[in-house]
Design a binder for this molecule. Structure first.
Ligand SMILES: Nc1ncnc2c1ncn2[C@@H]1O[C@H](COP(=O)(O)OP(=O)(O)OP(=O)(O)OP(=O)(O)OC[C@H]2O[C@@H](n3cnc4c(N)ncnc43)[C@H](O)[C@@H]2O)[C@@H](O)[C@H]1O
Length: 151
C-alpha cells in the first residue's frame, strides 16, 4: 500500500522598506531536528482548507495575523519532497507584510528568524524551496518594474 501523503501549507512573507527597495523574505529556523529553515508553514489539520492552515500556522509561528498581511491568493507555489519515506506536499501563498516594522513573535517550534534577500534565503533553504522563492522574487520584480515604468 502507498504511504499516506503528508500535507502542509504556509506563506512566503515579504516586506519592503521603500516602494523601490529590495524584497526581504521571512525565514524561520526550527528549534528541533537539524534546525532547518523554511517560511512559516505547518500540517493541514482535518477539516481545514490549505489557505486556512497557511494563515493559522503563520500566526502561530511568527505572530503575524492575517490583518497585518496582504495575501496574494493567486500566487501559489507547490513543493513535493519525501520525509522519512513518505511523500510530502507543501503549498505556499505569497503575502506582503503591510507595516515594515511589525515585530515577529516566535513559538517554541523555532529558535531564530531572519528577514533576508532572495540570494541569502537560497543559501539557507532546501533547493526546491529556494527555487520557489526565486520564482516568486522574479514575479515580484516584474510587477515592481511594471509599476515603476508605468506610473
Ligand atoms: N526532527 C524532529 N524532532 C522533534 N520534533 C519534530 C521533528 N520534526 C518535526 N517535529 C515536530 O513536528 C512539529 C512540526 O509540525 P508542523 O509545524 O505542523 O509541520 P511542518 O512545518 O510541516 O513540520 P516539519 O518541520 O517537520 O516539516 P519540514 O517539511 O519543513 O521538514 C521535515 C524534513 O524535511 C526536510 N525538508 C524541508 N524542506 C524540504 C525541501 N524543500 N526539500 C527536501 N527536504 C526538505 C527538513 O530538513 C526536515 O528534515 C514540530 O512542532 C515538532 O514538534
Amino acid at each position: 500500500m502507498a504511504a499516506a501523503e503528508l500535507r502542509a501549507a504556509g506563506l512566503i512573507v515579504f516586506r519592503r522598506k521603500r516602494f523601490t527597495g529590495p524584497f526581504e523574505y521571512l525565514l524561520l529556523q526550527t528549534s528541533y531536528g537539524r534546525h532547518h529553515w523554511t517560511p512559516p508553514k505547518g500540517h493541514v489539520d482535518p477539516g481545514e482548507s490549505d489557505i486556512q492552515t497557511a494563515l493559522r500556522e503563520t500566526e502561530e509561528e511568527s505572530g503575524l495575523k492575517e490583518s497585518s498581511l496582504n495575501v496574494v491568493k493567486d500566487v501559489r507555489k507547490t513543493l513535493n519532497y519525501e520525509v522519512r519515506g513518505k511523500p510530502k506536499i507543501v503549498i505556499y501563498w505569497l503575502a506582503e507584510l503591510r507595516d515594515y516594522n511589525t515585530p515577529i513573535r516566535l513559538s517554541h517550534e523555532h529558535q531564530e528568524y531572519r528577514w533576508v534577500s532572495v540570494d541569502s534565503a537560497c543559501r539557507l533553504l532546501h533547493d526546491t524551496t529556494g527555487q520557489a522563492l526565486r520564482e516568486v522574487d522574479e514575479e515580484l520584480k516584474n510587477i515592481a518594474k511594471f509599476y515603476t515604468e508605468t506610473y
